[in-house]
Design a binder for this molecule. Structure first.
Ligand code: FES
Length: 257
């Protein structure tokens, strides 16, 4: 397992749980400032495209998925799974020009997640431990590096070392655990009230110095453990929001009380 930061070492990043993109649906995704339309066709295959229609630049993630492709919400151009326009409503009998094509990005599904690469690559997507299942994905108002710092309270680049979570916030006691390694994929064990759950946190850099955290855990996962992990994730975001709100801004010092 590679624990180095995503953008430096690994071209793939999880952008959504597979279950969050049902057949014939599309969602918007941000990956390192890149806007993507991630959609699933009627045959179940997954696609990740630049979220921009080649006609007038409309966001394709606001469109609909029809039987024969993704339909732009503006003038109705339709794009097949090969990213090529295959229908223009204003010219129903014509052949769309070859230039009417969306930029596709590599996308695969593995371990219950949709993984996207920003460029063609021969590198395989990461493999999560067998039996790991997505629990919840949550936006975090900090960068991936800072998120790892909040989480581990340890040096982000201390690859392979085990570190005890140190937190002054009682709410994040739920997250007290041992975290192995650092970077875009964090491993750890969540322990509370006799429950012990191995989890994996995948960090997806999004935009403006923020990120998405995809939390997965080892099956079998009891309802109690699932609820606890969800609460822990909410508590983590709360602590991050509280801490970052107390940071110095505009050259003035604010005290956190
Ligand atoms: S902008 Fe997409 S069809 Fe015109």
């Amino acid at each position: 397992m590679n624990h180095a930061p995503h953008s430096e070492a690994h071209p793939w990043c999880a952008v959504a749980a597979s279950r969050d993109v049902p057949v014939q649906s599309v969602i918007p995704v941000m990956l390192e400032e890149l806007s993507l339309a991630v959609w699933r066709s009627s045959d179940g295959s997954i696609h990740a495209w630049h979220d921009r229609c080649p006609h007038r630049g409309m966001r394709l993630s606001m469109g609909d998925v029809a039987e024969k492709g993704l339909v732009c919400p503006y003038h109705g151009w339709r794009f097949g799974g090969d990213a090529q326009c295959n229908f223009i409503p204003a010219h129903p009998g014509g052949t769309p020009p070859a230039a009417a094509r969306v930029r596709p990005y590599p996308a695969v599904e593995r371990n219950g997640y949709i993984w996207v690469a920003r460029q063609d690559t021969s590198v395989e997507p990461p493999s999560l431990p067998a039996g790991v299942t997505p629990v919840r994905s949550m936006h975090m108002p900090v960068s991936g590096e800072r998120l790892a710092g909040f989480w581990t309270r340890a040096c982000l680049h201390a690859t392979g070392r085990f570190s005890r979570v140190e937190s002054s916030c009682p709410e994040t006691a739920l997250f007290q655990s041992y975290v192995e390694g650092s970077g875009s994929i964090l491993h750890g064990k969540w322990q509370s009230a006799g429950l012990g759950v191995d989890y994996v946190g995948i960090v997806q850099p999004t935009h403006g110095g923020t990120c998405m955290l995809h939390l997965a855990a080892q099956e079998p996962l009891s309802a109690e453990a699932r609820l606890g992990l969800n609460r822990a994730l909410v508590a983590l975001r709360h602590e991050i929001s509280r801490s970052t709100a107390c940071e110095p801004k505009w050259g003035m010092n604010h005290e956190c009380v």
